[in-house]
Design a binder for this molecule. Structure first.
Ligand code: 13P
Length: 287
């Protein structure tokens, strides 16, 4: 059974650790993430972008895949199904389809409009026991058709949005979707500290969690980050494992072309990334 991410995020913010949101891209991704989180006894959030959702056959199919896989694996950890970076209408549809968490991305709208729509959605989410994540500022980079300017969040606006009934806030602090460039200057911890003091304990979210060094993750958690989103690192690990498989000619021997065999190393690579991240986010053994 899927649960809202509200309780896990509140506990994480209080306990100074972060819950991993791992984005899913197909059925095997769901299996690998659930296996990893169960093995670490960690609450977990399955994240789905609009484009990944369309690829997998739409909201209803994704919900059925997540529930079906969780049931067949017999997972006992809390699992939330989260719509990542979506518009207002899509959030309403995801709530209707049984998602337990949605992110309304109003970051490119005028602030007043973002605030107004967050207030309205917060009411719908409350009535349906669904968690609501909002966004201010816009992480640079591009992922699944979501691109941003790198504009940083304004602490005063963060404080105001935190009062809108939302569950969590993604505030841009120099984080980037996708791979970090060699000359990346790191997360702006002093801005994060200002945002933390403006939002009165509301869980904060770090997008672009792939490739952020462990020490920086720890400082970010100290400063209020309670949810960290990861997608790129799993994709790279999966692609790399498949490349090795093909380059070693394994698809040509012992029925290695069989899909189940062929995908196995990729799935093991995702599991390894997810387990490692969960441990350094501090969410292992938190069920
Ligand atoms: P990365 O792909 O950079 O890990 O970011 C994931 C993310 O923020 C999803 O919302």
């Amino acid at each position: 059974m899927l649960v809202s991410s509200r309780e896990m995020l509140v506990k994480a913010a209080q306990g100074k650790y972060a819950i991993g949101q791992f984005n899913i891209n197909n059925l095997e991704w769901i299996r690998a993430i659930l296996n990893a989180a169960q093995a670490e006894d960690a609450p977990v959030i399955l994240g789905v972008t609009e484009s990944a959702c369309a690829y997998m056959g739409g909201l209803g199919t994704v919900k059925a895949m997540a529930c079906g896989m969780a049931a067949s694996l017999g997972v006992t950890i809390p699992v939330a199904l989260h719509l990542d970076h979506a518009g207002y209408e899509m959030c309403l549809m995801a709530i209707g389809a049984g998602f337990t968490s949605v992110m309304f991305d109003g970051s490119k709208m005028p602030f007043a409009e973002n605030l107004r729509l967050c207030r309205t959605l917060a009411q719908v989410c409350k009535e349906n026991s669904v968690a609501l994540e909002a966004e201010l500022g816009s992480p640079a980079g591009e992922e699944d058709g979501i691109s941003g300017s790198g504009e940083r969040a304004d602490p005063a606006q963060c404080g105001e949005l935190a009062q809108a009934g939302i569950t969590a806030l993604a505030a841009s602090i120099g984080n980037i979707h996708g791979e970090y460039p060699a000359d990346w200057r790191g997360l702006d911890m002093s801005l994060l500290a200002q945002i933390k003091s403006a939002v009165d304990g509301l869980p904060l979210v770090l997008h672009g969690g792939s490739g952020v060094p462990e020490a920086m993750v720890k400082t970010a958690i100290e400063n209020g980050i309670a949810k960290i989103n990861v997608n790129t690192e799993c994709q790279i690990a999966f692609a790399h494992a498949l490349r090795e498989y093909f380059e070693a000619g394994k698809d040509k021997a012992a029925k290695g072309y069989n899909l189940q065999r062929l995908l196995r190393p990729g799935l093991a690579a995702i599991e390894e990334v997810v387990r490692k991240k969960i441990r350094f986010f501090g969410s292992a053994k938190k069920c």
